[in-house]
Design a binder for this molecule. Structure first.
Ligand SMILES: [Zn+2]
Length: 346
């Protein structure tokens, strides 16, 4: 498939990347990946039809963003505030410059959605005309009992000299092994792939095994990589607080940076008066479906119902939403419908 690559700089000078798949006059639509992966999650070579191919077939000018949490970019300790302040606005600006479009649409997933919504809340993205939010937005509900939650308490590993977590062989440091062996006995292993086991340890259950085809499962290491621990730690903080807050630097650091003891939150509904579709997968064990339910309810309460809708993907988990072998029949049509969503008449 024809593609164009554009390297560009975030607002703070970090190198980022856009990859365009021109599919027609709809869009432009920006796809934003989660943490510890890269934009390849939308462009899997192991599917009969992946999400990018699907959008192109339906006439969308499709843009993949690799933001600072992409495993294809140099590792850098960053908070999601950095991505919200510097990556998302620069990416939207760049797409508009190249296409000449007045506005863009976005499909955003997991930590990429969290960062994108923080950017919207901060008022940085007035030229985004509609958003499809996959699995999480401004409210963060994670299962009490999963690895994800436990793992999220471990980012103190950062203080012990570990700067990243990765599911590949490079993760076999004594520290990772120590943490992994502490919890792995609680993990229910459904296969014999070490990469898959380490992913479950790092993120909780990311997909339902029955949804992935054999090739996708065998080539998981192509999609995942090193995730910096500051991003993990910020996600952990938000999971504990329950909603989007700026990075917690501790009392002294917060007083210095924010002029208050606790980090400010992002709960300002004013910038969200535009069509937004919240999508949760029913079987998601990384972010519970109540995550999007809460942001959806909060925005309807504040701004009225007309701008917002919410969809549940039955029988799907977190990542198989995009990586599932029958996603092109089950979930992509729902996502495409969401891109067409217009605010209801009052
Ligand atoms: Zn597996």
């Amino acid at each position: 498939m024809v593609s164009e690559r554009y390297d560009f700089l975030a607002g703070d000078g970090l190198p980022l990347r856009l990859t365009r798949y021109p599919g027609g006059t709809k869009g432009p639509v920006l796809l934003v990946h989660g943490a510890g992966v890269w934009s390849g999650m939308f462009m899997l070579p192991t599917l009969k039809e992946n999400f990018v191919q699907y959008l192109v077939r339906h006439g969308y000018d499709t843009w993949l963003l690799d933001w600072r949490a992409s495993v294809q970019l140099p590792l850098r300790q960053s908070s999601l505030d950095d991505a919200a302040d510097h990556d998302m606005p620069a990416a939207v600006r760049r797409v508009r410059e190249i296409t000449g479009a007045d506005s863009v649409q976005a499909v955003v997933h997991c930590a990429g959605s969290a960062a994108f919504f923080m950017s919207l809340a901060a008022g940085h993205l007035p030229d985004v005309r509609s958003v499809v939010a996959s699995q999480v937005a401004l409210h963060h509900d994670v299962p009490r009992a999963t690895r994800f939650k436990s793992m999220l308490r471990v980012p103190e590993l950062l203080d012990l000299g570990l700067d990243s977590l990765t599911p590949d062989e490079a993760s076999n440091t004594p520290l990772f092994q120590l943490a992994f062996s502490k919890v792995s006995s609680f993990l229910r292993m459904e296969c014999d792939s070490p990469v898959c086991h380490r992913l479950s340890f790092m993120y909780g259950r990311l997909y339902r095994h029955s949804s992935l085809n054999r090739e996708t499962h065998a080539r998981l290491e192509e999609q995942f990589g090193r995730c910096n621990l500051m991003t993990f730690r910020h996600l952990a903080q938000m999971a504990r607080v329950g909603h989007a807050v700026r990075y917690d630097h501790g009392r002294e650091g917060n007083l210095q940076r924010y002029g208050q003891a606790r980090p400010p939150d992002y709960l300002d509904p004013a910038p969200f008066k535009r069509p937004i579709t919240f999508i949760s997968s029913e079987q998601n064990r990384t972010y519970l479906p109540t995550s999007t339910e809460r942001t959806f309810a909060w925005l309807r309460e504040a701004n009225g119902a007309r701008y917002y809708q919410r969809r549940i993907l039955r029988d799907y988990g977190h990542l198989d939403t995009f990586m599932g072998c029958t996603a092109s029949e089950d979930t992509y049509p729902v996502l495409r419908d969401a891109l067409e969503f217009q605010p209801r008449a009052q």
